[in-house]
Structures are given as structure tokens and as C-alpha cells.
Design a protein around this ligand. Structure first.
Ligand code: ADP
Ligand code: MG
Ligand code: MG
Length: 217
């Protein structure tokens, strides 16, 4: 997995966020302040532009650039949280020497570092009705599907690993519907937050769907 693949990923996220902008904003209208789609559209649009202006030379540098751009350009809770996820994933790869290619197992570990960054910053646990409810199961699925030695894995199995991550994120997002929010704006509603999908979990499912598409391209 190289910078070309990860650039396709980020570009794909920007496209799917744009296509789902109204849906994400409607989800946020129900339990938040109706800006999630707009926030992410601005952020990932800026990330694509940053990648085009200064193409990074390694997956780690790319993820750090995307993270920094999201932190700077997206207001609200989701900018710093998504930004931290990408930046911490990039820092993990930086700590390994920023090689120009990373394996799916290395990307899984980088995304684990991203998840750790999100929970450090936002202190949400699974079940709190946030993006963590989609991100955590997706990272777990990717980790377990890439745990066997690389030499034993066929290319088809690598695709299956990303399919498993995308399905886990989607299932995790759907599972937020009955939850009562304990973090973020939606928590102000208390029990009235139940019955609505969390917008950040929904967008996180889009992020992993875009990763699967980038791998399959
Ligand atoms: P804001 O709530 O500031 O308007 P957004 O609407 O862009 O920001 O993003 C809202 C999403 O951010 C929520 O749906 C939730 O998934 C996520 N979120 C909010 N607070 C937290 C937190 N403490 N930890 C993890 N995710 C959070
Ligand atoms: Mg909002
Ligand atoms: Mg807001």
C-alpha cells in the first residue's frame, strides 16, 4: 500500500462525503447542530487539495498531512477527532521510519494508533454513541484479518480484510441507533438521542467503505 493508494482513499472519502453531505447533516440535525456533512465536506475537500499541492512521499507523511489539514480546517468536534485519527496513524508510520510502502497489517496497527488518539482526546468508549462505535470494530476487524503472516496471505484475502473492516464499521454505525449518547452534543439530549444513527459513526462507515474501494481499484 503506497501513497497512490492512500491518495485514492482520501479522494474517495471526499467524494462519498460530498455525495452523502445532506444525509450526514440530517443525522446531525436530529441529535446535534446540523453541520456534520458540511464540516467533513470542507475538511476532506481541503485534504485533497493539500495532497495535490504537495504530494507526500510516504503513507505516513500523507496521513499526517491529512490529519493536520482536518484539524486546521474543520470546526466542531469531528475535525480535531478525525484529524487526530489520521495524524496519529501517520505518526505511528513515522516512528517506523516512513517507508514508501506499508502492509495491510502495518496500516491496521497505524489505524489502532489513530483510534487510541481519538479515545485519548474525546474519552469516548464503545457504546457512547460516537464515531468510536464504528472505528473500533473496523480496526479490530482489520487487525484480526491481517494477523496471520503476510506470506501466508493471498491478495484476495487482503481484500477480504478490508471488506471485513468496512462491514464492521457499517454494522457499528447501525448499532448506534438505539444507543443513548454519552459524549458530544447528542449527549445533551439524554434519552431523546436514542432512535437516531450517530452522524460521526455514519461518516466513519463511509471512510472504511472508501478504503475498500481504494484497495479494489
Ligand atoms: P459538532 O458536534 O461540534 O457540531 P460534528 O457535527 O462535525 O461536530 O461531529 C459530531 C460527531 O462527532 C458526533 O456524531 C460523534 O460521532 C463525534 N463526537 C463528538 N464528541 C465525541 C467524543 N468525545 N469522542 C468521539 N467522537 C465524538
Ligand atoms: Mg454537528
Ligand atoms: Mg457544530
Amino acid at each position: 500500500m503506497d501513497t497512490a493508494l492512500l491518495t485514492r482513499w482520501i479522494t474517495g472519502i471526499a467524494e462519498t462525503v460530498r455525495a452523502n453531505r445532506e444525509r450526514l447533516t440530517e443525522l446531525d440535525a436530529a441529535i446535534g447542530d446540523a453541520d456534520h456533512g458540511v464540516n467533513l465536506d470542507r475538511g476532506f475537500g481541503a485534504a485533497v487539495q493539500a495532497l495535490a499541492e504537495e504530494p507526500p512521499v510516504s503513507p505516513g507523511a500523507l496521513l499526517r498531512l491529512v490529519g493536520g489539514t482536518l484539524i486546521r480546517r474543520v470546526g466542531g468536534a469531528s475535525g480535531p477527532l478525525y484529524g487526530t485519527a489520521f495524524r496519529e496513524a501517520g505518526r505511528h508510520l513515522g516512528s517506523l521510519g516512513d517507508s514508501p510502502e506499508v502492509s495491510p497489517a502495518e496500516l491496521a496497527r497505524a489505524l489502532r494508533a489513530g483510534l487510541d488518539g481519538v479515545t485519548r482526546l474525546g474519552s469516548a468508549a464503545e457504546g457512547d454513541k460516537t464515531m468510536v462505535d464504528a472505528l473500533a470494530p473496523a480496526v479490530r476487524a482489520l487487525e484480526s484479518a491481517t494477523a496471520s503472516p503476510a506470506a501466508a496471505r493471498a491478495v484476495a484475502e487482503e481484500r477480504e480484510a478490508f471488506e471485513a473492516a468496512a462491514s464492521a464499521a457499517l454494522a457499528g454505525a447501525e448499532a448506534t441507533i438505539p444507543m443513548v449518547a454519552r459524549k458530544g452534543r447528542a449527549s445533551y439530549l439524554g434519552p431523546r438521542s436514542a432512535g437516531h444513527e450517530d452522524p460521526g459513526a455514519a461518516s466513519c462507515a463511509l471512510v472504511f467503505a472508501a478504503l475498500l474501494s481504494a484497495v479494489n481499484d
